[in-house]
Design a protein around this ligand. Sequence first.
Ligand SMILES: [Zn+2]
Length: 345
Amino acid sequence: MSGSGQGGVAFVGCSTVGAVQAQTVRRAVTVGGRRVKTIDVHAHCGVPAAMALMGLKLPTEALLMSSPAARLRAMDEQGIDVEALSINPYWYGAEHDLARELIRFQNEALAEACAAHPERFVAFASVALQHPDLAAQQLEDGMRRYGLRGAAIGGSVEGADLSDPRFHPFWAKAESLGALVFIHPQGTAELERTTRLKGNGLLTNTIGNPLETTIALSHLIFDGTLDRFPGLKICAAHGGGYLPSYGARSDAILTTFPDRCPGKLEKKPTEYLRQLYYDSIVFTPEALRHLAAEVGPDRIVMGTDYPYPWTSTSVDHILGTPGLSDADRAAMLGETAATLLGIKR
Ligand SMILES: [Zn+2]
């Protein structure tokens, strides 16, 4: 039964196993002797009844929020106090009325899931970005009516890049609301229509996802979207894909082929990178150190990709990366996300 979870983990499930599992000790994360509220900005969930409107099924039961005992247990074990839930868009092909209904239903369900465990979950609103004026309204409704904390969007919309002027109403609304917009890629659709990403290695995801994010951020920079909406708060999944690893090339193009960059940018591309946010899903201490060096430690927020088992050690990754100060670690573990998402520390 959903909506009966006010008592928290101990009241979820009625089996003996459930009761025993509920005893999992919640790991309390400290930095320099100080307790830090840890926040995972990259945690997936799903609403089956909304997916059914598009003829789709939930890919894994682990995405369900109606019985979050296993999710809460994983959070407790890993030392994650709060998850910011998001749903990867599957509705960008839906016509206007269907998209409106689907999103309304889904955002209500997200709000319910958060209300059942208000100390453990917040959520990003879903928006129908293929209908930008509707998406702007859905973002405002999501935040004002449902208490959601920004929006989760894909890296492109049915082949259109996020810098397309038709999305300006959405960006304008996100900027005016101070909303955090979480960009999560869904592969690189244009390449998936060829054989280039087929074969071993799940390349559609392994490199297709970070490539999609790299393209998305590059357009937002080079097409002037970030100049037009300088107050935007954007968080890119998977450490921003490949862009922060090779950002200087984007600066170099301005002097190498200036005639191919006719639109005047207000800053160098790498300076825009330092005004965005990134999750910490980059796997090694060296990668996290490098990301922090490129974008600033205050621009990194913790992510897990739950329930997909990319990592179960996000907290230790941040705690164990050399060269960070206690303030840097506390910021990455939760303080920056708390500010962005309006979570009480
Ligand atoms: Zn993900």
